[in-house]
Design a protein. Structure first.
Length: 149
């Protein structure tokens, strides 16, 4: 009887963990009232613009970046580049996960910032004048936070 109680408790705990851990962060964009029709397309676009945001010190440094089509270091490299700007736009395939690795060099040390990005599209029948695909969440923050160590 004691073993059955323990097994039941473990089963309930595992089920609870399963429901909590399966949180999908890709919620649909349900607020059709705030759709900016400038970013709405009649046909689903094959490529969309995604902004990469950096924070360089007084634009006096070069940041090198690698964009992976999927997870960093385990997926195919989508593109590599370098910039002296704090914001650049690149073209990506919508509704696909990208992981970006940015490398900063400060005080003779290298720092890496990794962030995943997912430019989303959603179809709306009545948000704009005509039915269209809305493109949103089209930016990726690669800012280097404070590094006091």
């Amino acid at each position: 009887m004691k073993n059955i109680s323990i097994l039941l408790s473990i089963s309930i705990l595992l089920l609870a963990m399963l429901f909590v851990s399966c949180d999908d962060d890709s919620e649909p964009y349900t607020d059709s009232e705030s759709v900016d029709c400038e970013y709405c397309f009649e046909e689903k676009p094959s490529l969309v613009e995604m902004e990469l945001k950096f924070n360089m010190e007084l634009n006096s440094e070069t940041v090198y970046f690698t964009v992976y089509s999927g997870y960093a270091l385990t997926s195919e490299v989508y593109m590599t580049g370098e910039t002296i700007e704090n914001s650049i736009w690149i073209q990506v395939v919508p509704d696909q996960k990208y992981t970006v690795v940015a490398e900063y060099t400060r005080d003779g040390r290298s720092f890496h910032v990794i962030n995943d990005c997912f430019v989303k599209t959603e179809y709306f029948k009545s948000a704009c004048d005509n039915p269209c695909y809305y493109v949103y969440e089209a930016s990726c923050d690669l800012s280097l936070k404070s590094y006091d160590f």
